[in-house]
Design a binder for this molecule. Structure first.
Ligand code: FAD
Length: 393
């Protein structure tokens, strides 16, 4: 007789690991599956928002083991298409978190180990089949040609932007997609506590970033929505080289600079089709649920939020073993209440900013003379965090 887990989670990214952590803290048995061995890389900008950090802190996940990989950020430089520049300074109150840059190879490994330390069981294999029964759900995984079967009461699909679970379940949550390229740049002079964002005509309506990972290295990349990508068909690798070749980057490179780990990845942008996040005994979270912020391209924070909400709803119904579609809908309802307004507003903001290079330039100039853009920034970073323009540099 096979063991029956309370919950099987497919995907050990931030969403899956945090869901596992939340479930273990409530005493449920959890199997966390991933096709990759950890540590593994994930194409990402590596930026974690203050709210994301606060949530990780709440679960005891921010310790020296993680901090040694962390670059703390409290400044931002944004440059417009006609070279208007805004310099922002975060004014942190006591106990407020900065933005953290943590390479995903380190972050995801840390979160998986955190879940394991709480008793989460792990398995490495590619999930390729699911079967829902009246009393549970079973999954099949392949590892090196060998098929393994597992039984659970509920399955969480946390398997990212090309989710196998959502495809096998016939769920279609994604309304819009983005695409982005990322690399690590070594050998650059930078301010290690400052994010840099560039809205250049060469890639608008997308944006390019330079996020410090140390005193002389950075996560760099650029992204855009898929509609624009399909229309203009740019070669993203060439576009990344164009970015590095701009005087504002090139002039800061050391002679022996290198660009490594180039990767391209799709982004499932929110808000999703909320009624496509659940079925009998099944819930989608994180990128599999299409929760990436349409403005920033960030999905770690919403992955964590959705993972915790999924854990909450599943734990509430363990005793009555009711994981019917009607009950699973509670998860989507709570998540929609938390994220729908915000994601809709960010989508509108993205459309405004993307409408014309002139608008981006105007908004960046506005920072110099008005506090208006700060209302938006405060909203973006969830709190009273961006307080003033740093006009000194
Ligand atoms: C270029 C780029 C830059 C980004 N920058 C940022 C940023 O700076 N900040 C931010 O917050 N977000 C950023 N994002 C978004 C962020 O990367 C995602 O939102 C985040 O990774 C979602 O986490 P997740 O746990 O849902 O999925 P993932 O992190 O994608 O994890 C999914 C896991 O599922 C596993 N898996 C997939 N299929 C199967 C299967 N069939 N069987 C078993 N395992 C499977 C994978 O191996 C993987 O480990 C960026 C995205 C891109 C593409």
């Amino acid at each position: 007789m096979h063991k029956v887990y309370d919950v099987i989670i497919c995907g050990a990214g931030p969403a899956g690991s945090i869901a596992a952590t939340g479930l273990r803290l409530k005493g449920l048995s959890v199997l966390l599956l991933d096709e990759k061995e950890f540590p593994r890389d994930k194409v990402c900008g590596d930026q974690i928002t203050p709210l994301g950090i606060d949530l990780l802190k709440e679960f005891g996940m921010v310790d020296n083991g993680l901090l040694k990989y962390t670059q703390k950020i409290d400044k931002m430089l944004i440059q417009g298409p006609d070279k208007a520049v805004a310099r922002l300074q975060f004014d942190l109150k006591e106990n407020q978190s900065e933005i953290y840059i943590i390479p995903r190879r380190a972050l995801d490994h840390h979160l998986v180990r955190g879940a394991e330390n709480l008793g989460t069981e792990r398995f490495t294999g590619h999930l390729f089949e699911i079967c829902t029964h009246t009393d549970g759900i079973s999954v099949k995984c392949r590892t090196g040609g060998v098929v393994h079967q597992f039984q659970g009461k509920v399955l969480i699909g946390a398997d990212g932007s090309s989710s196998t679970v959502s495809r096998l379940a016939g769920l279609h949550p994604v309304k819009r997609r983005g695409i982005a390229i990322r690399a690590y740049l070594h050998g650059i002079h930078l301010q290690a506590d400052r994010l840099e964002g560039y809205f250049d005509r060469k890639w608008l309506p997308g944006y390019a970033w330079l996020f410090p990972t140390s005193q002389n290295s950075a996560n760099i990349g650029l992204g855009m929505n898929v509609d624009h990508f399909k229309k203009t068909k740019p070669n993203l690798k060439d576009l990344l080289s164009v970015f590095v070749d701009q005087p504002y980057i090139k002039s800061r490179l050391s002679e022996d600079f290198s660009i490594e780990n180039i990767g391209t990845w799709p982004l499932n942008i929110g808000p999703p089709k909320w009624n496509q996040l659940y079925k009998d005994r099944l819930i989608l979270i994180g990128d599999a649920a299409s929760l990436i912020n349409p403005f920033t391209g960030g999905g770690i924070e919403t992955g964590i939020i959705s993972g915790l909400l999924a854990a909450e709803v599943i734990a509430e119904h363990l005793a009555d073993d009711d994981f019917s579609k009607k009950i699973m809908k509670t998860y989507a309802k709570r998540l929609k209440k938390k994220l729908n307004l915000e994601q809709t507003l960010f989508l509108i903001a993205t459309k405004i900013v993307g409408a014309s290079p002139w608008i981006v330039e105007f908004l960046i100039k506005l920072v110099e003379i008005s506090d208006l853009p700060f209302i938006f920034m405060k909203y973006m970073y969830k709190g009273n965090r961006v307080k003033r323009v740093d006009r000194t540099k």
